[in-house]
Design a protein around this ligand. Structure first.
Ligand code: ACO
Length: 429
């Protein structure tokens, strides 16, 4: 017999609610029949206790600091895999064979070009537009350029859209950056791997050959792996919510990009760098910690805390190591790293942060690596979007093969005025 929990309402009416069991992790109470049987809704602002779907893509145990894609621990993927292989894994559910990987790589590589008309679209932006605004708009606009991949009921079209998004996102991101600094756009070079190609599109100038240190593409690849998916975070949930309406894939991913932009989510890496610059020197760290603890200051330590991880973010541990390697290999001595190290050390010892389990998250270090790679601060969230794209796509694809999928439509507890009669304007006041 399947497990259930019983709930009794004020009128002594009892309803048995079935439990939903996953492969691992806590069980969930299926409240689908709750309103029908009791007239009650559940109230869970921020979805602190609510699972919105079943998913076989990513598993997180926030208390234990565990993150797995399709069952593979993030530490193993970070050590042995590469971003494109991880993208394949997220989308297809299994690691590819050599032939499968070669075919996937070929498909992605041969969809990297951007249409000329996209360039005209880009030219419409003001010179100082934020690259996230440009990326969001350009991705949404793909639906207007590629009508052959917007039929969401056709698996081939869904897959084509997935490949296009993974392939074109770096081209559009680099184009947005170069437009913002007035440089000519570079076309993708298909003889390069995914991350090296992106760095070339970002930094190569027509007049000079770009010499890239090996560690640059490696670090980027690692960051993209670590950002590739994180189950039902705000942007992925947004992609799914928009996807549940039957919207086209480009609109769904553009919505995910918009959700990622906020400082409580993907915008945090940009906010970390700004915060470290404001703190300035290691001797000012104590003041920053005090300010973060003062609720009236409105200041939080950016890059600390996580909705799910109430333990060390496993991605932060991996990135921390890479940050040191990048700075050593590139010979960068960054005073901001000294501030960052001091801040981490001080926060990890401070009872306020310890009691609330506020550890450095993935964004705390990623900004330092991006800075060392000369990626400008306003591009940091764009970098996050590039890494997260396969995850968004995997969830969007998964939701379209889920039987009985419904449009996402939360309820509310109404707190406005009770029923009252309309008063004509000359009788008000
Ligand atoms: N600095 C200082 N205090 C903090 C911080 C912080 N960074 N984060 C949480 N707190 C405090 C809160 O004030 C609260 O204190 P209280 O219990 O005394 O009221 C307590 O810790 C719990 O905070 P919540 O906001 O309830 O925690 P929640 O899980 O909702 O928030 C979040 C998580 C949004 C990430 C939060 O920790 C935060 O704002 N961090 C800074 C921004 C950041 O780094 N975001 C990146 C997230 S990771 C990602 O998107 C990849």
């Amino acid at each position: 017999m399947s497990e259930s929990v019983s709930l009794t309402d004020a009128a002594n009416h009892t309803v048995a609610l079935p439990l939903v069991t996953g492969t691992i992790g806590p069980k969930a109470i299926d409240i689908g029949r709750l309103h029908k049987e009791t007239g009650l809704f559940t109230y869970d602002p921020g979805f602190m206790s609510t699972a919105s779907c079943r998913s076989a893509i990513t598993y997180i145990d926030g208390d234990a600091g565990v993150l797995m894609y399709r069952g593979y621990p993030i530490e193993q993927l970070a050590k042995h895999s590469n971003f494109l292989e991880v993208a394949y894994l997220l989308i297809h559910g299994e690691l590819p064979t050599k032939a499968e990987f070669a075919a996937f790589d070929h498909e992605v590589t041969h969809h990297t070009m951007m249409r000329e008309s996209m360039r005209s679209f880009l030219n419409g932006f003001h010179y100082d537009a934020h690259p996230m605004a440009m990326l969001c708009a350009m991705v949404g606009s793909l639906a207007a350029f590629y009508h052959d991949s917007t039929d969401i009921d056709d698996p081939k079209q869904r897959y084509l859209a997935a490949i296009r998004l993974i392939a074109k996102m770096p081209t559009m991101a680099a184009a947005a950056y170069r437009y913002s600094i007035g440089w000519p756009i570079r076309f993708p070079r298909n003889n390069l791997d995914y991350c090296t190609r992106f760095l070339h599109m970002m930094f190569e100038v027509p007049s000079e050959r770009l010499e890239l240190p090996e560690v640059a593409a490696k670090a980027l690849d690692l960051l993209f792996i670590l950002h590739a998916d994180h189950e039902q975070n705000a942007s992925t949930s947004t992609v799914r919510l928009v996807g549940s309406t039957g919207a086209n894939p480009y609109a769904c991913i553009a919505a995910g990009i918009a959700a990622l932009w906020g400082p409580a989510h993907g915008g945090a890496n940009e906010a970390v760098l700004k915060m470290l610059e404001e703190i300035g020197t290691p001797d000012q760290v104590g003041r920053a910690i005090d300010k973060a603890k003062d609720k009236n200051s409105g200041f939080r330590l950016m890059g600390f805390g996580h909705r799910v991880y109430k333990n060390y973010d496993p991605r932060a541990a991996i990135i921390r190591e890479m940050t040191h390697r990048v700075l050593a290999d590139l010979g960068v001595s960054d005073p901001l790293l000294d501030v960052a190290m001091k801040l981490e050390e001080a926060a990890l010892k401070d009872p306020y942060f310890v009691e609330r389990k506020l550890y450095p998250n993935v964004d705390f270090y990623s900004g330092l690596i991006y800075k060392a790679l000369n990626i400008p601060t306003e591009m940091f969230t764009v970098m996050f979007a590039l890494g997260r794209t396969p995850g968004w796509i995997a969830h969007w694809l998964e939701q379209h093969v889920t039987p009985d999928a419904k449009i996402g439509r939360p309820r509310q507890v109404y707190t406005g005025a009770a029923t009252r009669d309309y008063v004509p304007i000359d009788r008000r006041g």
